[in-house]
Design a protein around this ligand. Structure first.
Ligand code: HAM
Length: 425
């Protein structure tokens, strides 16, 4: 259609008319539904934050901070930036609101625009939109697996097919210095073949060379040392535990030793989902652990992880497909586990129940059954599913109706049918 009028939207930013806005709303409804089932509540943070917050979090020598932020001066010497991503703002908000005082495991999701001054092309915009989820307060590998499960369930329920999941570990302050040194030495050997950016960052931020889009640098990175070869025992066992949990949930993934993600705050596990038919911009979603960020921004030393999905890219992957409507929510459940074997079984059941529309939570803090029942009560759930050593050996679970206090024992393989029946009756 020929354009009329004197003004056009800013390059890389655009409008949505009702036909398209309906699809946006459908994605947003799915995001709220899926995140809700995993116990993530919505957080809304400002579009503008102090520039320093992004510099400290994302890293001074990253593409985002070096060349992609929309930055403007405030009064005095202040500098502000439009948010290029959501994690830094969520951590800032959690610290400012002191959420950890009342909530040792804070789980939030967000929806909204992000801004990066990139060269616009299909699937790459200067104003784009993310659905993100962040969980702060635990280093348990089940948290990583839960976030990946949430992300994949969201993509599947929106109707995306043909996605692939890759995971990797980028190490932690324990093992990364030695790796950086190894990588630095290698990059020095091949310095002449590196692009200007990688040459410049070689000494100060060599890991970024693994993320460089330049084909020559990619080839060199593939031939050099990988973070996986230098992991400390904690990072190795964390990666192994997450892989085991993902396998237990039947979620297919591959290990990509070259994936480091474009932001410096990551530690240990990272992941990325690529979508079908997205061309050069094929990453639909990415995330990982950022166990040091909360501490670096002045908060307590606690584990945290998250992801975000690019909604423009998701819509491209869903082109020509109907986005299904969101079903009515099923009941609210708490799964109490006693011991590691019980936890593994409950973790799998958790995932299956969420796929059936239930809001379902469990404990990652290895707390006593009594403490878990207290937590379930506080959360106001309809039923608690208990699986202790007795139930494990009998192949059953105990279902407690929190309103009447009545307990029923049912065979393990009838748990979902039984819960569906008693909650809908
Ligand atoms: P990211 O990989 O920079 O991670 O972005 C996540 C997703 O946002 C990408 O996979 C992509 O789908 C989308 N995206 C990024 N840039 C653009 C763009 N210019 N145009 C369109 N879509 C884009 C983060 O933002 C982290 N905050 C993820 C995270 C959350 N890690 C931990 N918690």
């Amino acid at each position: 259609m020929a354009r009329i009028g004197k003004y056009q939207a800013v390059k890389g930013m655009g409008d949505s008319f009702p036909e398209e806005s309906g699809r946006w709303r459908a994605l947003e409804n799915w995001a709220c539904s899926v995140a809700g089932r995993f116990g993530y509540g919505e957080i809304r943070t400002p579009l503008v934050e102090p520039t320093e917050l992004f510099v400290r979090s994302i890293g001074e020598e990253t593409d985002i901070v070096e060349k992609e932020m929309f930055t403007f001066p405030g009064s005095g010497n202040k500098s502000f930036s439009l948010r290029p991503e959501g994690t830094a703002g969520v951590v800032r908000a959690c610290l400012e609101g002191n959420v950890f005082a009342s909530n040792p495991l804070a789980r939030y999701f967000y929806l909204g625009p992000m801004f990066r001054r990139e060269r616009p092309q299909a699937g790459r915009r200067r104003q784009f939109h993310q659905f993100g989820a962040e969980a702060l307060g635990s280093r348990h590998p089940a948290l990583d697996a839960e976030l990946i499960d949430l992300l994949l369930l969201f993509l599947e329920e929106c109707g995306l097919t043909g996605w692939t999941l890759a995971v990797n570990s980028v190490g932690c302050p324990e093992c990364r210095p030695a790796y950086r040194e190894r990588l630095g030495r290698y990059l020095e050997e091949v310095e002449e073949k590196l692009c200007d950016n990688c040459r410049r960052r070689r000494e100060t931020n060599p890991l970024r060379a693994l993320d460089c889009k330049n084909p020559g640098c990619r080839k060199l990175a593939a031939a050099g040392p990988k973070p996986l070869d230098s992991l400390c025992p904690d990072c190795s066992s964390h990666l192994a535990a997450v892989r085991e949990l993902l396998t237990g949930l039947d979620l297919p993934f591959s290990l990509d030793p070259l994936m480091v993600r474009g932001l410096d705050y990551y530690t240990s596990l990272v992941f990325e989902v690529t979508g079908p038919a997205l061309g050069a911009q094929d990453a639909v979603a990415g995330g990982g652990r950022y166990d040091n960020l909360v501490g670096e921004l002045g908060g307590p030393d606690l584990g945290a992880a998250g992801f975000s999905v690019g909604l423009e890219r998701l819509l491209l992957g869903l082109a020509g497909k109907e986005i299904p409507p969101v079903p009515a929510p099923a009941g609210r459940l708490y799964l109490a586990a006693v011991g590691p074997e019980s936890f593994r079984s409950q973790f799998n059941l958790l995932s299956r129940l969420r796929r059936r529309g239930f809001t379902a939570l469990t404990d990652y803090g290895k707390r006593s059954l009594k403490a878990q029942m207290r937590e379930a009560n506080k959360l106001g759930v309809d039923r608690v599913v208990i699986r202790g050593p007795e139930e494990l050996s009998a192949g059953t679970v105990k279902i407690k109706d929190m309103e009447s206090g009545k307990e029923t024992t049912v065979p393990e393989n009838e748990t979902i049918t039984s819960l569906t029946r008693c909650i809908s009756s």
